[in-house]
Design a protein around this ligand. Structure first.
Ligand SMILES: [Zn+2]
Ligand SMILES: [Zn+2]
Length: 545
């Protein structure tokens, strides 16, 4: 079996070792052999050194040219006899010089599998299938201009440390993941979204780079700074993980900070057919045949703030309810009262529901849509391109959350809004709203006939507006900021971990309370309030007569 560049192999038996997120090391599935993160990184560095020397040797047997674009700064490397007059990315003229050093060449490559003519056919097919689009009509006449390039990418593979938080709330949670095949574009001129559109690539074909791959092809040289590359790597890794993180975090609006220093990185060339003429931009994946076309014009996306959505839906709901009540013969005054009270409950629910997003202001975002030929890709069989039965998918390992428990980082499961917690919250609210009524029922022996709700009118006047505010402020905070934490036992069972908060009694608060209860005149008001409450309970329990 040939060894793949991207795999880490077991030092004992030579089988590929898979990464174990919980143990934070590569573990062999056959014999249990282990490779630490540091050793894995060193092994890859070793490979790069050996490869570099080999490349310097083989470089001497090729005569290569380099062309620099005077417009966009793109640099291309190609064989001496290649006719290149204008830059394919911006149309300006190119300055040719001899290519003198192998140092800008990457270590790995995914070779072209789709020929130039096949790529043109695939693009023509996309145009035929999308006749209604202005992009297809304009693109069709430009298809002869489609050219193949090996584009510079950075392959990132390995463990990722992440810190994640919701955009609208503070608490940060630590978790670990593993990315298999993140390809980060290293060109400054090319449209990132367009290139994303024709991904993914199939990692099966990745191999060591050799100058023989340049024959008849053009290679684009990486031209972004190390800092820009770092930013792109972090950003794209975070983007890749957001879908799986949002399941635990119960929100898509996440801030994810990633540290990819434990992952190994390999500069890679990827095969891409590219066309850029005026506002027409299209790419065809040179390995899988997937087509990606950029829209000619900007699209506008409108965002409205979350609280506005809550108000709008409450208004709509109230209007329908009011009409229905009047329609069923209720008089306007009671319909109004019922609608008002229901609207109050409704707005609490919708505010909680929509507060998930962090969009607090009206905004318009513009961007170009990317059209693609879909998830189906091609493979080569007996010399022909055939549709593949398998759908290529970007693979990421499910993230594992960690928490420092007694000074050791322990893998945990976090749960935020479980049905049980939401139900508990609802019960607290009902108790707060109906406290005097509940006490009244207790003292009159659950005699509902005798119950006089009017006795608690004052209480309702205070509780109805304050309970929702407290619920929003503290209840939602409790749900989202203090998740249930479970640790996993050795037998795989979940176990609830309870953190006992340190109770700090603030002396000044105690003093204030004692003063309010015992020292007049404040204490008089407090005792008067308490007395009123009990009168209210009594009146509610036994009526006014
Ligand atoms: Zn092994
Ligand atoms: Zn250019």
């Amino acid at each position: 079996m040939s060894r793949k560049i991207t795999e880490i192999y077991c030092p004992n038996c030579g089988a590929p070792a898979k990464f174990d997120i919980v143990r934070q090391m590569y573990v062999c599935g056959y014999c249990g052999g282990q490779v630490g993160i540091k050793e894995a990184l060193q092994e890859k560095q070793g490979f790069r050194m050996i490869h570099r020397e080999r490349m310097n040797d083989s470089f001497k047997s090729y005569r290569l040219m380099q062309a620099n674009c005077s417009g966009c700064g793109a640099t291309l490397v190609f064989e001496e006899n290649e006719a290149l007059s204008n830059c394919a990315f911006c149309g300006r003229s190119l300055v040719r010089t001899e290519y003198l050093s192998a140092k800008n060449m990457p270590e790995t490559v995914i070779p072209f599998k789709v020929t130039e003519n096949e790529a043109k056919d695939l693009l023509a097919k996309w145009c035929d299938e999308n006749k209604g689009k202005a992009e297809a009509r304009k693109l069709k006449s430009l298809i002869p201009e489609l050219k193949g390039f090996y584009l510079p990418y950075e392959l990132v593979r390995g463990p990722v440390d992440m810190t994640v938080s919701r955009m609208d709330r503070g608490s940060r949670y630590d978790c670990e993941g593993f990315i298999n095949d993140e390809f980060v574009n290293r060109s400054s001129q090319l449209d990132n979204l367009l290139l994303d559109g024709m991904e993914p690539f199939d990692m099966e074909d990745i191999t060591e780079f050799d100058f023989a791959y340049i024959a008849g092809q053009r290679v684009k040289i990486s031209d972004i700074s190390d800092k820009d590359l770092e930013d792109r790597v972090k950003k794209e890794t975070a983007q890749t993980y957001i879908p799986s993180l949002s399941k635990t975090m119960e929100s898509k609006a996440l801030d994810v900070y990633t540290d990819v220093s434990s992952a190994f990185r390999l500069p890679t060339l990827l095969p891409v057919y590219y066309i850029s003429k005026g506002d027409v931009m299209a790419a065809v994946n040179g390995q899988t045949g997937k087509v990606s076309v950029r829209a000619l014009k900007d699209s506008h996306f409108y965002f409205i703030p979350w609280w506005f959505k809550a108000i709008l839906s409450t208004l709509a709901f109230s209007l329908v309810l009011f009409m229905a009540l009047v329609g069923f013969g209720a008089d306007k005054a009671s319909a109004m009262l019922i609608t008002g009270l229901t609207a109050l409950v409704f707005i609490i629910v919708t505010l909680c529901y929509y507060s998930d997003t962090s969009r607090n202001a009206f905004s318009v975002v513009s961007g170009r849509k990317i059209f693609t030929s879909g998830e189906k890709t091609f493979r080569r069989e007996n010399g022909n391109l055939v549709l593949s039965d398998e759908i290529l998918q970007r693979k990421v390992m499910e993230p594992v959350f960690f928490k420092k428990i007694k000074d050791t980082w322990t893998p945990v499961i976090l749960k935020f809004t479980t049905p049980g917690r939401v139900a508990k919250m609802a019960v607290y609210c009902l108790v707060a709203l109906f406290l005097p009524v509940i006490l009244a029922l207790l003292i009159n022996g659950f005699n509902f006939k005798q119950l006089e709700l009017g006795g608690s009118a004052v209480w309702f006047c205070i509780a109805v507006p304050t309970v929702p505010i407290y619920l929003l402020k503290f209840g939602i905070e409790e749900l989202y900021e203090r998740p249930l934490v479970y640790t996993i036992n050795e037998d795989g069972k979940k176990k609830r971990y309870r953190e006992f908060p340190k109770i700090n009694i603030d002396k000044s608060v105690v003093k204030d309370i004692l003063r309010a209860v015992f020292i007049p005149p404040a204490s008089l008001a407090v005792w008067f309030g308490i007395a009123c409450f009990f009168v209210m309970v009594y009146l509610t329990a036994f009526g006014f007569d």
